[in-house]
Design a protein around this ligand. Structure first.
Ligand SMILES: [Cu+2]
Length: 165
């Protein structure tokens, strides 16, 4: 009789231990994996994630020629966060091109939400490259200059600012 009691309390003790360890693991997971992710996503305003319109930049026919003055059209765009910060480059030329940031500063070209700016590899004719900008530079404008890797004379600029009411 006494042995059964000892055995059942022993089993009970192990059960409690398992519950404690499991709940600690859950809390740990919540704090280190779930929370930081939910916070970083929450940092970006919903309006910035869903801007009212797209900014379209066309890489026009003949852009691969150095004599062609216009390549990224428009060359300079002013972007306002939550208004038109969803930017699409459309390659309507017959040659592959890239959208490559001039800066090699990772912290500068890295968007907290969308990651590193710049097309990975070339944008083939008829294809497009899309990037959602979610960050300005404090209260001032952020200017991002970019170019085409195979045709370095192709240049464009983006001026990103917060929406002014
Ligand atoms: Cu090009």
């Amino acid at each position: 009789m006494s042995t059964t009691t000892t055995k059942s309390s022993h089993v009970y003790g192990i059960g409690v231990l398992i519950i404690v360890v499991a709940s600690m693991a859950c809390i740990g997971y919540y704090q280190y994996f779930w929370l930081p992710e939910s916070f970083s996503k929450a940092q970006v305003d919903e309006h910035i994630l869903n801007p009212t319109k797209q900014t379209i930049i066309e890489i026009i026919e003949g852009s691969s020629s150095p004599d062609q003055q216009d390549n990224y059209v428009p060359k300079l765009v002013n972007i306002q966060l939550s208004l038109d910060n969803d930017v699409v480059w459309k390659n309507v030329d017959s040659t592959p091109h890239t959208v490559t940031p001039d800066s090699h500063d990772k912290s500068f070209i890295e968007d907290g939400y969308s990651g590193a700016f710049g097309s990975t590899g070339v944008i083939m004719p008829g294809e497009e490259y899309q990037f959602l900008f979610t960050e300005g530079a404090g209260n001032s404008e952020k200017v991002i200059d970019y170019h085409c890797d195979p045709h370095p004379w192709m240049k464009g600029s983006l001026v990103i600012s917060k929406l002014r009411f």
